[in-house]
Design a protein around this ligand. Structure first.
Ligand SMILES: Cc1cc2nc3c(=O)[nH]c(=O)nc-3n(C[C@H](O)[C@H](O)[C@H](O)COP(=O)(O)O)c2cc1C
Length: 427
């Protein structure tokens, strides 16, 4: 049966009025006193424009472990409860809202940002001591003991219970892009010999135990969604293939996840998850380059970032709907709803994905930075088919996000209002 974007869908207790969701892209709200207002500033216009679901960007379940300065990290229950007014405002504007929960693991800012490193209370978490080729990048990480893994699982359950109390409609585990959960799934990072390492099923166990802990603490009717890599690319021939990823997706379905967003990821955190071009606007901007140098405390880090983003843009250039093969393969293997994401830029592409049955819900990420009222366009059947998307997938949004700047479009060709001037000194 052919589905269209205006049709509602129920994912357990999560009832969506249509099939369009804002994919998690960071908002830069951090832990500032006004973080609820900051989130509301972005989300309420999306909801007013008709989006069915907003997935809030990665929130870190512990006070340390952010990978970007602008992520919210949970100090205690109050961090989540302060967001309740924003959740209510999104509901009043007509959309559902899901919070993504995760941890940065070896890529936590406490490993690379000099101020965060000086303040840290412990070494960044890792599933295992890193393999030799990653060791120079991951000095001083801490491989979690089995007891510490169980404590982390309990913490996910505790934080999820608070999110339910704050009114969120569900949680999503942030399982992709080389963060801690992905690191457990990956045979490259996870070389444990306890119950959390070894076979694919054992590497997936952390997810399943977190799923159980959330059911115990937040109630088993509180839906838990999952974003995970269903294929893991890497330079040295390890990682996992799509057929292994499909098997992992089946394991996750059996473990009680309510819906799944399968993506392609790289072993390293790079633009495999957000294909696009080299962000010239970032590396010609003195303000952003200055913040990068300040983060690392020396003058070469902006150049290293520039080279790595240039290489990533060559390896992962933009391609419309680049995850299609992946979400289609997972959709054919599981019964739970599959969320599509990655390079979906037009209502025509969304309609084609839904009508062919390749996925059940359509995710759009970066274009929400470029046009917050994008749902009005995607959901209006009378929009001319040749209407062009504003987002150019320039990836000028990535580095500002890492540095804690607000969640907006930083491509000066698209967003003249918010993109900082080339030599703007304001941080
Ligand atoms: C600046 C930025 C921040 C992102 N933050 C998150 C995040 O917090 N959690 C997550 O799962 N994915 C995150 N993503 C990935 C997006 O959810 C999405 O998968 C990706 O951008 C591809 O979709 P798009 O082509 O529509 O942007 C982020 C991407 C960008 C560019």
């Amino acid at each position: 049966m052919s589905t269209n974007i205006l049709e509602p869908i129920s994912i357990g207790a999560l009832h969506l009025k249509n099939r369009l969701y804002r994919a998690p892209v960071l908002e830069g709200a951090g832990q500032k006193k006004d973080h609820a207002a900051q989130y509301a500033k972005y989300f309420v216009p999306n909801a007013q424009a008709g989006v069915g679901l907003i997935i809030q960007g990665n929130t870190i379940v512990l006070p340390e472990g952010r990978t970007s300065l602008g992520m919210t990290a949970v100090e205690g229950k109050e961090t989540i409860m302060e967001l309740a007014p924003m959740v209510r405002a999104v509901h009043e504007a007509g959309a559902k809202i899901v919070i993504q929960l995760g941890h940065g693991g070896v890529y936590a800012i406490e490993s690379w940002h000099q101020e965060a490193r000086a303040r840290r209370t412990h070494h960044p978490y890792a599933p295992s001591p890193p393999p030799w080729w990653l060791r120079p990048m991951h000095t001083g990480v801490h491989a979690l003991s089995t007891d510490e893994v169980w404590k982390l699982i309990a913490r996910f359950g505790e934080v999820a219970a608070w999110t339910r109390e704050a009114g969120y409609d569900a949680v999503q585990l942030a399982g992709g892009n080389a963060k801690l959960l992905h690191q457990f799934l990956s045979p490259v990072y996870n070389r444990r010999d306890d119950e959390f390492g070894g076979s694919a099923a054992k590497r997936a166990r952390l997810y399943l135990e977190i799923r159980k802990a959330i059911a115990e603490r937040a109630g088993d009717d509180y839906p838990v969604l999952l974003k995970m890599p269903a294929v893991e690319n890497n330079l040295v021939g390890q990682g996992f293939t799509l057929s292994e990823g499909v098997e992992l997706a089946r394991i996750m379905e059996d473990g009680g996840f309510a819906a799944i967003t399968p993506t392609a990821a790289d072993v390293l955190p790079n633009t495999a998850i957000c294909r696009g071009s080299y962000p010239t606007a970032t590396f010609t901007n003195d303000n952003i380059k200055g913040l990068l140098r300040k983060a690392k405390g020396n003058g070469w880090w902006d150049r290293m970032m520039s080279v790595s983003m240039w290489m990533a843009a060559r390896k992962y250039p933009f391609q419309p709907v680049w995850n299609r093969e992946i979400f289609r393969a997972v959709k054919q293997a599981v019964r739970i709803p599959v969320f599509a994401v990655g390079g979906i830029r037009t209502p025509g592409e969304a309609a084609q994905i839904l009508s062919s049955g390749d996925a059940d819900v359509i995710g759009v990420g970066r274009p929400f930075y470029a046009e917050p009222d994008l749902p009005a366009w995607f959901l209006d059947p009378s929009t001319p088919a040749d209407r062009e998307p504003k987002c150019e997938s320039s990836n000028a949004c990535i580095v500002p996000q890492m540095l804690g700047l607000p969640g907006v479009c930083y491509n000066p060709d698209v967003n003249k209002k918010d993109a900082p001037a080339k030599d703007d000194k304001a941080a």
